[in-house]
Write a protein that binds this ligand. Structure first.
Ligand SMILES: Nc1ncnc2c1ncn2[C@@H]1O[C@H](COP(=O)(O)OP(=O)(O)OP(=O)(O)O)[C@@H](O)[C@H]1O
Ligand SMILES: [Mg+2]
Length: 230
C-alpha cells in the first residue's frame, strides 16, 4: 500500500496541502481531480519524494519515506512516475532511454538491460522505433516509451501527472487499455487529471483535491466489477 498520513505542504505563505491522508492499493487505478493550481502535482511529487512534506508521513508497504539518498532510492524502487512532458532524454535513442536507469541504478549489464528494454518495446508495439530519437516520435509513442522506462524498473506503484493532456481521443483510449493491463500485473496506478470524463473511464476510485484537502469523489469500482467500463 502507498500511503500518505496527515501530510502538510506549503511554499512560503501558501499552504497547498493542509492535511491529506490517502492510501493506494495495488490493482487499483486511482485518479485525483481538481482545478489548476490546487496542488495536484505537488501531491504527486510528495508521493515520490520530489517534495519533502512539512508534516505527516509518506510510506510504501509500511516503510516510511526518509529523505536521505538511500531512503529516496529505496522509495523510488517501489514508486515510479511518468511526468507530464515525459522527460525523455533527447540525446538517447528509444532503447537507451529505457535501459539507462537499468544500467545506472540497477547496475545491470548492457545485454541484460537491452533484453528487458526490447521485451518492453515489443509489448508496447514500438520495436521498430528502438533506434529512433525523441523528435522522431509521436506524442502517444513518447508516452508509451516513458511508461516502458518506468515499468522497466519494476515499481509497485506508478504515478502519472496529466497523462492525457497532449493526446487525442484515440491515443487516450490506448492509454486506458495500457493502464488496465498494468494493474493486472499487480501494479497500483495513481493519475492526476483535470478531466473528469477520462477519470471516470479509467479509474476505480476518484478523489478530489480542494482547498488543500482530499475527499473521495466517486468509487467507480462497482462499474468495473460489472464490466460497465470495460
Ligand atoms: N516549488 C514551488 N515553489 C513555490 N510555489 C509552488 C511550487 N510548486 C508549486 N507551487 C505553487 O503551489 C500551487 C499548486 O501547484 P501545483 O503545480 O501542485 O498545482 P496543480 O494542481 O498541479 O495545477 P495544474 O493543474 O495547473 O498542473 C500553485 O499555486 C503553485 O504556484
Ligand atoms: Mg499540475
Amino acid at each position: 500500500m502507498l500511503e500518505v498520513k496527515h501530510i502538510r505542504k506549503q511554499f512560503d505563505d501558501l499552504v497547498v496541502l493542509k492535511d491529506v491522508s490517502m492510501s493506494f492499493q495495488p490493482n487499483e487505478i486511482s485518479s485525483i481531480i481538481g482545478p489548476s493550481g490546487t496542488g495536484k502535482s505537488t501531491l504527486l511529487r510528495c508521493l515520490i519524494g520530489l517534495e519533502k512534506v512539512d508534516e505527516g508521513e509518506v510510506s510504501v508497504d509500511g516503510a516510511i519515506l526518509s529523505y536521505t539518498d538511500t531512503g529516496l532510492l529505496a522509495h523510488r524502487q517501489k514508486v515510479g512516475m511518468v511526468f507530464q512532458e515525459w522527460h525523455l532524454f533527447d540525446h538517447l535513442n528509444v532503447l537507451d532511454n529505457i535501459t539507462f536507469a537499468l544500467r545506472k541504478v540497477k547496475k545491470l549489464s548492457k545485454s541484460e538491460a537491452d533484453q528487458i528494454g526490447l521485451n518492453l518495446l515489443e509489448k508496447f508495439n514500438l520495436l521498430s522505433k528502438k533506434d529512433a530519437y525523441t523528435h522522431q516520435l509521436s506524442g502517444g509513442q513518447k508516452q508509451r516509451i516513458a511508461i516502458a522506462r518506468t515499468i522497466a524498473l519494476e515499481p509497485r506503484y506508478v504515478l502519472f501527472d496529466e497523462p492525457t493532456s497532449a493526446l487525442d481521443q484515440e491515443t487516450i483510449q490506448e492509454f486506458i487499455t495500457i493502464c488496465k493491463d498494468l494493474i493486472k500485473l499487480d501494479l497500483g496506478i495513481v493519475i492526476i487529471t483535470h478531466d473528469l470524463g477520462f477519470a471516470k473511464s479509467v479509474s476505480t476510485k476518484i478523489y478530489e483535491l480542494k482547498d488543500g484537502l482530499v475527499e473521495t469523489f466517486m468509487n467507480t469500482g462497482d462499474f468495473f466489477a460489472k464490466g460497465a467500463n470495460a
